[in-house]
Design a protein around this ligand. Structure first.
Ligand SMILES: [Zn+2]
Length: 107
């Protein structure tokens, strides 16, 4: 594949990983990327996040603070918002963390 001429990307980790996630699900292909229809990924959300998780936890290429909300499915930066529900082993973003009873008092 040809190399892209891109300027320095000043977006946050969350914005970049969210774009990658949407690229994997086929939801959004960035304007400067031209792939044939057959080369564009179309993964389920679960598979797409499994790829991100592998890059985070196994290869440690991507920052680990980007999590996927178990409730709404959005990605969020766990350094800035959201909670981890330990008993259930699930992550909740800032918009959904009121659903976690044991963390209610922390906000
Ligand atoms: Zn959420």
């Amino acid at each position: 594949m040809k190399e892209l001429k891109t300027s320095i990307d000043t977006r946050s980790d969350l914005e970049k990983i969210d774009e990658f996630y949407k690229f994997l699900t086929g939801e959004v292909v960035p304007k400067n990327i031209h792939l044939s229809k057959h080369a564009t990924p179309k993964m389920t959300e679960k598979k797409a996040f499994a790829v991100i998780w592998f890059l985070q936890e196994h290869l440690r290429i991507l920052p680990e603070n980007i999590e996927k909300c178990s409730e709404c499915g959005d990605l969020y930066d766990s350094n800035c918002e959201g909670v981890y529900w330990e008993k259930k082993g699930k992550n909740f973003c800032g918009a959904c963390d009121h659903l976690v009873p044991e963390n209610c008092n922390n906000h």
